[in-house]
Design a protein around this ligand. Sequence first.
Ligand code: ASP
Length: 340
Amino acid sequence: MPTRRKFITSSAAGLAVLAAGRAAAIAPLPTAAPAGKALVISTWDAGLAANLGAWKVLSKGGRALDAVEAGVMVTESSQNCCVGLGGNPDRDGIVTLDACIMDDKFNCGSVAALERIKHPISVARRVMERTPHVMLVGEGAQQFAVAQGFPLEPQKLSPDAEKAYREWLKTSQYKPVVNIENTGNKKVGPVGGANNHDTIAMLAQDAQGNLSGSCTTSGMGFKMRGRLGDSPLIGSGLFVDNAVGAAAATGQGEDVIRIAGAHTVVELMRQGLSPTAACKAAVERVAKIKGDKAREIQVCFIAVNNQGQHGAFALQKGFSYAVCDASNQQQLINSGYLLA
Ligand code: ASP
């Protein structure tokens, strides 16, 4: 499946193209000294803005770990994206957030079912750096966040999420719609934002060649209370092995968990597959397990190897990922997909 690339430069013309396609305001890349092998990739169109947040760190020679935290914080702050407190709630009308982060030394941290905290990714990092644990959930995670000085935000839905929830209550049926990016004008999936996915995952390599990754989500909209997907799970939503590469997932979390998705992609790269080939092989595994039901879901992977090569693959059409590197160019790449 050939991959179509959209090159979006930081030139005025490039920004005009971008402005026509998406509402997000993307500033030109900082023109600081080239950051060696530095590179950042992230899922979906929202990755363009998030990558710029990461690039501010990478272009100054900063750590990949700092970059992947700063990058996804941009998305967590956005009310126009189904990530963070602006995301869709669970079936009881409450937004619950999941996030994880992993560095180049197998250090990792995660929070799940976290309520009323704006930046779950930063809480995940504190779990990694300031506790003996990897994962905190629910009330305990919130208690920890507050003790660490994170403010408790009001328990309130964003206008889009409120609208989507009211609509959903008319049937109260949990029927996730296949995740795709709304790159055209037609809205897909449930109301509530320009797309129907709820996650950003990001992978970065810094000028020292070290890898890190992050993943943050409001989870599947209208999920059962207490449901967790792949996104906070190290090995499913995200995995980093500095000697090999890093991978992350988005899409139907239950089906990513079934194959320990991100870890599987990294192991396939360890066996010599390119990032794209490894993502494709993992998607094929999901498709084989799902059989006739494969068309009902979306699963997408992104990956970077330790040589700085990147790639992605999805089960269905409609997945894009954003790339930013020292060539001073931003790209939004439409991923290859399995089901024609
Ligand atoms: N993977 C996320 C979850 O299952 C959803 C998404 O990527 O949109 O919670």
